[in-house]
Design a protein around this ligand. Structure first.
Ligand SMILES: Cc1ncc(COP(=O)(O)O)c(C=O)c1O
Length: 259
């Protein structure tokens, strides 16, 4: 912990973590220190200097959600992580997708931008949580994807994410979990969830800086899906590219001395 009192939050009670949590003093200090270093020596050497810290960050991120280190990447926002997962699915006309009733708006827009894809809402019980049996009745031979906003931005309803994972597995569909409002608030284990993808914002309950997020894509998902955007280094694989070389890479557009 830092001794610098100027980095301590001024308010004694802060309730807006669902929008953006107050950064921990250590986070502020590390971010400012790195920016200063970038200003002094440039982004690429500063990143090289910090390579051990970056590697430790990947390991901690993987550990946080029970993933392997080559299944996680850091990206610029929760929405960006969802975009990587949803665009990689390369849905075709006639494909069927199940979402929950309080699905993140960005997710809905991305899904509805696929021509001819049918997006269906899973029914809920009296508490507003997904009714998994009723959801099963909505399934379709063409159900390719289930997307769950585990806890929505708009209310504090936690959905039965593990049970929805069992349903997705039964349906043979890919399963993506939006954990932007969950990471840092509740434990996450991607194996228990049986999910193929997961997105988590850095700036909410994790109390990290704005402009950060954790992207998880299982090895199975990475193998089965297509890449949707190119970067400078090698293949046309942004999501996949962010994850290659044991994940010691930076998101697209960032300095990347370790490639
Ligand atoms: C449920 C949910 N999903 C996704 C996002 C998007 O996250 P970000 O703001 O990091 O892009 C938010 C942000 O409020 C959210 O609440």
């Amino acid at each position: 912990m830092t001794d610098d009192q100027s980095l301590q939050p001024k308010a004694s009670l802060y309730f807006a973590n669902a929008a953006a949590g107050v950064m921990l003093p250590d986070v502020v200090e590390a971010t400012v220190r790195h920016l200063r270093r970038e200003a002094e020596i440039g982004a690429v050497p500063a990143a090289a200097e910090a390579s051990d810290v970056i590697a430790a960050g990947y390991a901690a991120a993987a550990d946080l959600i029970g993933a392997e280190i080559d299944e996680v990447a850091f990206v610029g926002s929760g929405n960006r992580a969802l975009a990587a997962l949803i665009q990689s699915a390369a849905l075709q006309p006639g494909d069927h997708v199940l979402v929950d009733r309080t699905c993140w708006g960005g997710t809905l827009h991305m899904l509805s931008s696929y021509p001819g894809v049918i997006v269906d809402v899973m029914p809920v019980d009296q508490h507003g949580r997904v009714d998994v049996d009723a959801a099963k009745a909505r399934a379709h031979p063409a159900t390719r994807l289930v997307v769950l906003t585990w806890c929505p931005a708009t209310c504090a309803i936690f959905k039965p994410a593990e049970a929805v994972g069992v349903l997705a597995e039964e349906l043979g569909a890919f399963y993506i979990v939006d954990a932007c409002q969950v990471a840092g608030q509740r434990p996450i284990d991607v194996r228990d969830l049986r999910c193929h993808g997961l997105a988590a914002s850095g700036r909410k309950w994790l109390r990290g800086p704005r402009g950060t997020a954790l992207l998880y894509a299982s090895r199975e998902y990475l193998t089965a899906t297509r890449a949707f955007m190119a970067d400078q280094f090698g293949k046309a694989e942004p999501m996949h590219g962010a994850m290659r070389q044991g994940n010691r890479t930076w998101p697209v557009g960032s300095a990347c001395p370790s490639r």
